[in-house]
Design a protein around this ligand. Sequence first.
Ligand code: 13P
Length: 613
Amino acid sequence: MQSILIIGNVTKDVYLRLDNRTNKFETDDKETRWLDISFDGSRHDYYARASIYGGASISLEVLSRFGLNANISGTPATFLDGQFIAKDVRTTYRYILCQDENVSFLGPSEARYSTWEVPTNNPDWIYLDYSANISPKLSQEIIEYLNLSHTTKLAFCVDTHDDQSAPHIRALIERANLVISDIQLRQKVENHVYVANGHIEYRGERVFWSVDKDKDLITRFSSHLTIAASIFGALALGKDSSEALLLARANIEKSNLSSTANLSTLEKEIADDYYRIEKTPIKDQNIVEIEETAKKLLTPGKGILAADESGGSIHKKFEAMNIPDDEQHRRDYRNLFFTTPEIEKYITGIILFDETARQNADDGRNFIDYLKEKGIIAGIKVDQGLENFENSDEKYTKGLEGLDDRLAEYYKMGARFAKWRAAFEVTDHSPTNFAIEKNAEILADYALACQKASIVPIVEPELVYDGDYTIEQSIEYTGKILDQLFKSLAERNIDLPGCILKVNMVLAGKKQAQQSTPSEIGRATALTLRQHVPGDLAGIVFLSGGQSVEQATENLQEITNNGPYPWPVTFSYARALQGPALEAWKGDNANADTARQAFKERLIANCEALKEK
Ligand code: 13P
């Protein structure tokens, strides 16, 4: 029997779901509701599931139910006859308050460092679970022990709060035989399970999971613990990756907190057709082609130019500068950028609008062919703009009708990637789940059509900068939008290494009084992407969204500084690359060289911002 030594902290979780009808709440001038706990004998009603052991006891339970011989280091605790039994455990109490959708924790902010005692029998595995709070000393002790005990393997759960750049955490990641994390690792790691809010991925396979909110008071922490221990347990027993993923999904979906299922029950469960890992329906040869294109587009140190403004957007820009909006001027404007000397040193691809894709360079060659000769890949915007949902001020993106035919034509013309933008405005009632779900489905339908046509899809969900929202709201909405997007992409079995995400940086809205600093933006963007984007995606590019040219560069620099990331990360701006050139050109080709110079300056500055400083 395999033996596992768990390192982690035992917590005692006291769950309180507040009763909205009978509790007293005070409302302040910002309409925030506060729970009024006055000691006047008034009642406080809650549904309590008091005293549930959490943290390392969950790992112990799951592993015991998988038939593994597990114990917690330094803690005389066992899991016997379906019960966690602990003597003399120094337990950390956490009170978990739940009101509507909001869950908050009351407990010590400083977690106790986990304890370690040299095991008397060499365990097969040391399992550092999410509740393990690892000091540099503990890290060193574990590594020293592993150096002596050659047969013992290490599994390490990296938590959102672990500082991955700290040497003692890095050392454990490097030493581990298996790493499980609920945040993307800064570096690619061979044997890595990623547990996101809603999906689990391992070795290019992924499964989706969800727990019914009403079923149980289960928190992100305890659900991620259950998933991590289930996957680990299955792999320790020699199960293959697909089976381990499915067992973890079944365990979290079928179990109640503190009564997870036995392995035999789970094995029966996953025999059902409902639990299936589907392979992508896209042909192998298409996959080879799109993955190669995506890789070229994301060549390190370079970006992608968005020159795909629709007729309406160009009209507004030209009108504001008294430039005639006719086909010739629009061609001359695009020509300006494409003919800037040496752009291929800074960009790998250019996104075109349909009209431009059919226009010619000065020498009479079609623009797509002209760019190809420079080594630049032509892309094409294939969405057809935004339309309001019925009886709503929220929007969806049009253009699915006839998309297959258009993609086939664009491929013939030489385009090798495409773009589709969904836009979400933040108001007091939006973005709604409805708009997020619908747009994610549409984006996924578009992505599938692209991949079938050997065209790399850029999926672009944009939280519109022009609004009054805080950076915390941006973190929340961007995360939610990304979760839904990747769920929809997986439902259609999109090949992620052949797909690119284009997204907003995470920052406070333009109209918000409390503007975000570049360092806040760098951190929030890095965190949001690491928590919500699958690791095998081809890469991530940013839109500038109406930030000033300087802001877009400065913020990109901060994002770079928060790297490295598991994916290539770069810019794909329109306004922040083209703005100064348009101002210089003024619609007059006599100014073309000055305009080209202004464009090149932005290219150089943004490529510089891709280098860590
Ligand atoms: P901005 O950089 O101007 O936001 O444009 C990027 C883009 O392509 C939006 O769809």
